[in-house]
Write a protein that binds this ligand. Structure first.
Ligand SMILES: N[C@@H]1[C@@H](O)[C@H](O)[C@@H](COP(=O)(O)O)O[C@@H]1O
Length: 363
């Protein structure tokens, strides 16, 4: 797991937007091989959408070959209701970028058969080959999408009754009138986020089980601090459903300082040191591999190359944590001799004690 800590919500959002843009551009999506992006609603991702829109208007990113799947939608409010997640997405994102309406997928909370609608959604995710990057937020009780406390960690897209806490939290969008807040929603499941299983159209000869390649979560504000603490320092637990990310091979949580208030100092220092050392020593983020290269993962895993004097896998498997793999090799050397990095490199490292701490933990 990567935990990226930024000073405030603005900086955390910018980090995520930049990351998504880099991922999409590096993927070189085409109509035949689109980038599949999972998207959330809520107040937390609004700034991310603003950054994405700005960068799109600056000509730095196109969403033409991006297919989107939203995480959830209320049941029983009209699609054009100002607080429907359809309206939210068009207001904050879709209306401002070049995504094709045909590529936008949002659950229909007014479908005559809600269960069939959920199955249709799962099937469609499978048909496009699974989700490349799932962006999400959390509720103050640690729920992801509408997977409320007590949700099965094996759940898939389904009808969900909302927890009272969620109704209370979301009443701010409905004039603080609890009676106006829908009681039910359709939501992707925990397993939908963790493990996208499908018969890929481009792999007609085999049925494969793939993880959503990457899950990126934004968490900001002190009111989410306890949830963050439970989800990353606590055990995997259905009462804090974001903790399921501990089971995912490639999750990244991006937070502001306020959200870290309940974390141990040791946890915060560890994750900051990991990022600082990686940046200082010039490790660049390596993205999960192209999906078609999964065909021959064993072969690719055995291929090695010399990069910056380090032996690293030439092509990391998409399920590996791309930043930590090369770092751990480097850090275990440092652990034996911190000055082995070289005086010039060490001068760049602002806090040497946290480097040593990072080395200890990584080894
Ligand atoms: N279903 C949504 C979640 O996907 C979202 O993460 C959560 C937090 O919203 P906010 O970011 O406004 O705190 O709200 C709702 O419950």
């Amino acid at each position: 797991m990567r935990l990226i800590i930024r000073d405030d919500a603005q900086a955390a959002s910018r980090y995520i937007a930049d990351y998504i843009i880099e991922r999409i551009n590096a993927f070189h999506p085409t109509p035949e091989r689109p980038f599949v992006l999972g998207l959330p609603t809520g107040s937390s991702p609004v700034l991310v959408y603003q950054h994405l829109v700005q960068r799109h208007k600056a000509g730095q990113i196109s969403f033409r070959n991006v297919v989107t799947f939203n995480m959830d939608e209320y049941v029983g409010i009209p699609r054009d209701h100002p607080e429907s997640y359809h309206s939210f997405m068009y207001k904050h994102f879709f209306s401002h970028v070049d995504v094709s309406p045909d590529n936008i997928n949002i659950l229909n909370g007014n479908a005559p058969d809600l269960e069939a609608e959920c199955q249709r959604y799962e099937d469609k995710i499978q048909r496009v080959g699974g989700i490349e990057l799932f962006l999400g937020g959390i509720g103050p009780d640690g729920h992801i999408a509408f997977n409320e406390p007590g949700s099965s960690l094996r759940s898939r897209t389904r009808v969900k009754t909302l927890a009272y806490d969620t109704i209370l939290a979301n009443s701010r969008f409905f004039g603080n009138n609890l009676d106006q807040v829908p009681r039910m929603a359709l939501t992707v499941g925990i397993q939908t986020v963790l493990d996208v299983s499908y018969t890929a159209t481009y792999l007609p000869h085999k049925t494969s089980h793939f993880q959503a390649r990457e899950v990126v979560i934004i968490i900001t504000g002190p009111h989410k601090a306890l949830a963050l603490q439970r989800c990353i320092e606590g055990a995997v637990n259905h009462m804090w459903t974001l903790s399921c990310l501990q089971m995912h091979p490639h999750p990244m949580i991006v937070v502001d300082e306020d959200a870290t208030l309940e974390l141990q100092v040791k946890t915060v220092k560890y994750f900051k040191s990991i990022e600082m050392v990686a940046n200082d020593l010039g490790f660049r983020q390596k993205f999960p591999r192209k999906r078609d290269s999964l065909l021959d993962e064993d072969t690719l895993l055995s291929a090695e190359a010399q990069t910056n004097g380090l032996t690293v896998p030439q092509e990391l498997p998409r399920t590996a944590s791309p930043m930590l793999e090369p770092m751990s090799a480097r850090l275990s050397d440092e652990d034996k001799n911190v000055s082995g990095i070289g005086p010039a490199d060490m001068d760049k490292v602002a806090d040497q004690s946290s480097v040593r701490m990072g080395a200890r933990v990584a080894s």
